[in-house]
Design a protein around this ligand. Structure first.
Ligand code: AMP
Length: 581
């Protein structure tokens, strides 16, 4: 790694915290400047001209002239860029690549255009995280972080631009790869392990290096909770061969990537003592507190557990013996949004302060009684209200609906802080998949076709994200109308499972291929179960007139009720088809 920066850690922390003070004291002014800068440098792009903005850079004209849009509205423009049109369609700066979002459109990942300089903004947001953390936990510069970070496959658009997830883009950029030595980005995983495209070799090496440096580890994590849990599950399945490598100082031949082997061999030394200890702890059969047992100096677990990831909190609490679960940031392919300024708070209290220099933010009020659907500026949102986030970015998105619902939790100086409430419409999620009601319905419909030859049809269905096992999986509860004249062989339900999976989005299928999601399960319930479900909902106060079967259930008594009336259960017999996109 290049030379250490001259500035001391304390000085750098102070500067970053002052930056946060500054921007949160003056967010409206900054937002005005950001919008004006975006609009003036893009004054001549086709999209803004098409809508008649005519070079205006002020908020009022912008809001009057430009429509609020969704992905589908800009898809024709995105497609032109993807096909190789390099004229300034959305942005005056050249589009450097597409970031493939976990949000999907017609089952395929959305492709967000980006420009080179956005990497600088992303790096800036990352650079705020440890100075914030260091206010609450001392001495984090005296050891390492064990973070399980991965790249995913990438493709090229027909016009030759790379299309890959935002983190893959970031880890492959010089901002990450060639970062100067910094005690806060000193990880147990060598870059070669993070950048290895083979997920098994990458995970194996990262776990091995994490174990070898166990006493130096002060914090552990991954991006999302599901990823970290997957790493611990990997340890459960591989500790024995990992210990062999640690004991002998030799690397398993399954690790074939030459630069990766070289990087791991720089860390791996014969260490029978560590091997013995890891063997002892893993051999106990209980995984409770495994993090503190193997990495005894760990102060916290750094993973996102807000939004649907909250379903993993009990598992993480168990693995970590209740260490703090820290959610540091809120970001997306469209734009990096904000940071958590109170990182040791409990997961349910996490709020993110949007950084006003990142983009121009607007807020579409939700659940308001009046018809006033005007978008509000950052400083005009109201405490306790829910909003959908709308962004205008340096990379050429204008008044773009991100699809996230945020609630104002409070203010840091004049800048609002938001709880992440949910992704709009998403009913099921295990990892980065986000299945909405329509996708679920389409998949169920396709699968239920297999029942017709048996004189059977679907009376009702609902779904459940079962995260009690690792990896988690989708469970569908089906109640059938079936005379029974022609019995339905169990293989038919397996076909139904696979057909559903084939119909779900490419993000779902990719996660299945990476074993981040387990096989989909269909549980057939006895006749009358959904009536009982309705009775139960009504007993809790639901209106009988307005009752609709929920297409996804989470409430434990309802799940218990469904499970108590099980007739059979079937799993998808194989992985659905997935072509790398
Ligand atoms: P992607 O575009 O695939 O990077 O996904 C971005 C989306 O992930 C966001 O729009 C959110 O829905 C979700 N997300 C990102 N950060 C967080 C967070 N800290 N808490 C909850 N959800 C998040």
């Amino acid at each position: 790694m290049p030379e250490a920066p001259k500035e001391s850690v304390a000085e750098n922390n102070k500067k970053k915290l002052e930056f946060i003070e500054d921007i949160t004291s003056n967010p409206d002014h900054i937002q005005k400047q950001v919008l004006s800068e975006i609009l003036s440098r893009n004054a001549h792009v086709e999209y803004l001209s098409r809508h008649g903005l005519n070079g205006h850079t002020d908020r009022e004209t912008f809001k009057k002239t430009m429509p609020v849009v969704s992905y589908e509205d800009i898809l024709p423009d995105i497609n032109r860029i993807a096909l190789g049109d390099t004229s300034p369609i959305l942005c005056s700066h050249p589009i450097s690549e597409f970031l493939t979002s976990s949000g999907t459109s017609a089952g395929e990942r959305k492709m967000m255009p980006t420009i080179e300089e956005e990497l600088v903004r992303r790096s800036l947001l990352y650079s705020l995280l440890m100075p914030v953390m260091s206010q609450f936990v001392q001495g984090l510069d005296k050891g390492k972080g064990m973070y399980f970070l991965f790249i995913k496959c990438e493709t090229k658009t027909p016009g030759g631009l790379p299309a890959r997830p935002v983190l893959t883009s970031y880890y492959k950029s010089s901002h990450f790869k060639d970062r100067p030595y910094d005690p806060y980005t000193n990880y147990t995983s060598p870059n070669e392990a993070i950048l290895c495209p083979d997920s098994y070799q990458s995970m194996y090496s990262q776990m091995l290096c994490g174990l070898c440096q166990r006493t130096e580890v002060l914090r552990v994590g991954a991006v999302f909770a599901s990823g970290f849990i997957r790493a611990i599950r990997f340890l459960e399945n591989h500790w024995s061969i990992l210990c062999h490598d640690i004991r002998t100082g030799t690397l398993n031949p399954l690790i074939t990537d030459p630069p990766l082997r070289e990087a791991v061999m720089r860390i791996l030394k014969p260490d029978p003592e560590t091997a013995g200890l890891v063997e002892l702890e893993c051999g106990k059969g209980s995984w409770q507190g495994i993090i503190t047992r193997l990495w005894p100096n760990t102060k916290y677990v750094d993973v996102i557990v807000t939004g649907t990831m909250s379903q993993y909190i009990p598992t993480l609490d168990n693995y970590s013996n209740g260490l703090p679960l820290v959610c540091t940031m809120y970001a997306s392919s469209e734009c990096y949004f904000g940071v958590n300024l109170n990182p040791l708070c409990t997961p349910s209290d996490v709020s993110y302060t949007l950084i006003p220099t990142m983009a121009y933010f607007e807020f579409l009020p939700l659940h308001t009684s009046n018809d006033d659907n005007e978008l509000l500026d950052l400083v005009n949102v109201k405490q306790g209200q829910d909003y959908e986030l709308v962004v205008t970015t340096y990379a050429g998105l204008y008044r773009y609906r991100v699809g996230d619902v945020l609630r104002v939790a409070g203010f840091k100086n004049k800048a609002p802080q938001f709880n992440f409430i949910c992704r709009k419409n998403v009913v099921l999620s295990i990892d980065s998949d986000k299945t909405d009601e329509v996708e679920l319905q389409t998949a169920v419909q396709a699968a239920a076709g297999h029942l017709e030859p048996f004189g059977a049809s679907l009376a009702e269905y609902t779904s459940y994200a079962d995260t009690s096992g690792i990896p988690g999986h989708y469970v569908l509860y089906w109640e059938l109308i079936h005379s029974g004249a022609i019995p339905i062989p169990p293989s038919v339900f397996e076909d139904c499972c696979l057909t559903m999976e084939e119909s779900l989005s490419s993000v779902y299928r990719q996660n299945r291929a990476y074993e981040a999601i387990g096989p989909l399960e269909i549980r057939i319930v006895e006749g009358g179960t959904f009536d009982k479900l309705m009775d139960y909902a009504i007993s809790l106060g639901a209106s009988i007139n307005q009752y609709k079967t929920p297409r996804c259930v989470k409430f434990a008594p309802i799940v218990d009720l469904l499970n108590s009336r099980l007739a059979s259960s079937s799993f998808s017999p194989k992985c659905p088809k997935y072509a790398a996109v």
